[in-house]
Ligand binder design. Structure first.
Ligand code: ASP
Length: 612
């Protein structure tokens, strides 16, 4: 063993080790030079310990220790001793002890100044992210980032352990392959041996995992990297990781149970957060849209959308009447304590609603009976009073009905949306989230998981004038709805489910089509010509003809899960080497140009856009 090799990690020394001679390896987190006495906080992956060089013990070591700069890599051999009375550091797990240096080796100095003070978390919060990513190897030395890497490892480890226990096989599928549709643009890889041919990086292992079911694997999983060339957002990366799984001879219920069990185990073992409901809440897509205005509701708080169709069925109030007459909806949403918003704040709320498709925002402010102030017109509504421009167009009976249905209290604002059902859902669904955020209604310590089932199979793409798969084209239509496929595709439900957590979609899956006749019908509905079906999916249609078993699966996002566990909205905080901006990696300087020779080998020529 080399004299510098460690015998103990920096995070380990405790009172029970006092008297031991140990060797530590790590980085100098900070150096405090008091002349005859030099302290270094030595840090490795496991934690930090104070080491000291004392002139009364060794003048040479004091000299050497004082030459150490932050982030130098050093090895220290010395004795673990109790710190002097009153000098303990309760913020450090090793804070009762320190290591008196007998010998120290500077394994490698560190360039100074550092690009950022990685030992100072307060300063790190304001460091430019691109700089952090350029020096990611330093950024990742921070205890916070090390904790993230460890948690990520623990999550993946638990997933493997759980699925192995449930009879799954971990199987790798190709990265250079053929395009598989998940609704995003593909990353392409040119093929050298023949001009004009390309591989695509998988948007998911969807087709391979289904083929593994045809191959008799029964239960498959993979910690799978997926590649999607789509617009970047705080919660998206061009490459991201999913737990991809698939099972044969199962129903939707089997997949929900396996996934739910796994999720509960992860949260209970690896997080201090509470689960919102066990078993997980289940909503159909229609119910979720009706009650919360979207298919990924945050169920940590109430505030449901209230349908006023019945209460207003005979209304003479113009906007409401015409919305209902043209087949639309009128719905209301309670804004607790919203009556105290200023005029300007209410105007801002109107702008907010308009941004999501509303024509305006009708509202009522609710007050106690007998509230004074002669300049403002108030209208009696049973035991309460209301004000607001729409009030005078409603009868007292209608007002009473509305307030009752919304369970409105004095001091509340009631907001209305009257429009086509999609617009009403969008406007009030967004408003609900906004109110939840403003009033901090969602408990940050709760993870409320919820299954959304029975999505429509397809949605109309107005731009392209065609039906698009709502999940992906391999999703099984609901057996009861197959008859509508030609007549009324919008009516066809899919055997498809999302797992949503706190307003974010976390996992998505379905029972798959395992018969080529049904698969062809769905391809036809999606406007995929027979020729394209053969070219792109011929292998699937063929495979289904060899006794393909009924099967289904799901794919929860690993990065997203880490975001829930670590309370961050930024996906880059949970990935070791993420991309930034338009998908670039400032550390490796990717993407970057390649040699002409490489292009030639690949039969490629670059056409640069013309400059204006
Ligand atoms: N391949 C799907 C996705 O990436 C998941 C699944 O259906 O299993 O969303």
């Amino acid at each position: 063993m080399e004299s510098w090799q460690r015998t103990i990690y920096c995070g380990a020394p405790r009172a029970e080790h006092i008297g031991q001679i140990v060797t530590l390896n790590g980085w100098a987190n900070s150096v405090r030079d008091h002349g005859d006495l030099v302290f270094i906080d030595l840090r490795d992956r496991t934690g930090m310990v104070q080491v000291r060089a004392d002139a009364s013990e060794s003048a040479d070591m004091v000299l050497l220790a004082s030459s150490v700069r932050p982030e130098c890599s050093v090895s220290v051999t010395g004795e673990i001793k109790r710190r002097m009375d009153g000098m303990e550091n309760p913020n450090l797990a090793t804070g009762d002890v320190e290591v008196h240096i007998h010998n120290m080796i500077i394994l490698n100095p560190s360039r100074q100044p550092l690009p950022f003070q990685l030992s100072d978390e307060t300063q790190m919060a304001s460091v430019n992210e691109e700089l952090r990513l350029k020096y990611r190897y330093l950024d990742l030395r921070r205890p916070k980032m090390q904790a993230m890497l460890k948690l990520r490892h623990d999550v993946v480890n638990l997933i493997r352990e759980y699925l192995n226990r449930h009879g799954f096989l971990e199987i790798e599928t190709p990265i250079i392959t053929k395009s598989t549709p998940e609704g995003a643009r593909d990353y392409l890889v040119p093929y050298r041996l023949e001009a004009g041919l390309f591989y695509a990086l998988p948007q998911s292992p969807q087709q391979y995992k289904q083929l593994l079911m045809v191959a008799g694997c029964e239960r498959y999983y993979q910690i799978a990297r997926c590649f999607r060339d789509e617009a970047q957002r705080a919660d998206r990366q061009p490459e991201f990781t999913q737990l991809d799984l698939e099972m044969s001879y199962v129903t939707q219920e089997d997949i929900l149970q396996i996934t739910e069990g796994l999720t509960i185990e992860i949260i209970q073992k690896l997080s201090s957060k509470r689960l919102g409901s066990v078993p997980f809440t289940r909503l159909t897509y229609d119910e979720s849209m009706r009650r919360f205005g979207n298919d990924k509701p945050d169920l940590r708080f109430g505030l449901e959308l209230i349908d006023l169709g019945d209460i207003l069925s005979k209304t003479e109030c113009g906007v409401f009447k015409s919305a209902l007459a043209s087949g639309g909806q009128v719905k209301a949403l309670r804004y607790p304590q919203g009556a105290s918003l200023s005029r300007k704040e209410i105007d801002d709320l109107t702008v907010f609603a308009k941004n999501f498709g509303a024509k305006g925002l009708a509202y009522l402010l609710v007050e106690n009976l007998g509230t004074g102030g002669a300049s403002i017109q108030r209208i009696k509504a049973g035991e309460l009073m209301v004000r607001g421009p729409i009030g005078k167009f409603l009868t007292e009976e209608e007002l009473i009905g509305i307030l009752r249905a919304c369970e409105a209290q004095p001091g509340d604002l009631v907001a209305f949306s009257a429009d086509k059902s999609e617009v009403v859902a969008n406007v009030l669904g967004r408003l609900r989230n906004e109110i939840g955020k403003r009033l901090q209604l969602a408990d940050p310590n709760v993870l409320h998981f919820c299954w959304i089932t029975d999505f429509p199979l397809v949605e109309w793409n107005e731009e392209e004038k065609r039906w698009d798969a709502m999940h992906h084209p391999f999703t099984m239509p609901h057996p009861e709805d197959i008859e509508f496929m030609e007549r009324d595709p919008a009516k066809v439900r899919a055997v498809c489910y999302d797992l949503v957590c706190n307003g974010t979609e976390w996992a998505s899956g379905s029972i798959r089509i395992h018969r080529s006749d049904i698969q062809r019908k769905v391809f036809d509905l999606l406007g995929i010509s027979e020729e394209v079906q053969r070219e792109r999916f011929g292998h699937m249609l063929e495979a289904f003809q060899y006794g393909a078993p009924p099967h289904g699966g799901i794919a929860p996002g690993i990065d997203r899960l880490l975001m829930f566990l670590m309370d961050t909205d930024n996906i880059r905080e949970v990935i070791a080497f993420p991309k930034i901006g338009g998908g670039s990696d400032p550390l490796m300087d990717a993407p970057s140009p390649v040699d002409d020779k490489q292009l030639e080998e690949l039969h490629l020529q670059v056409v640069y856009p013309k400059e204006d």
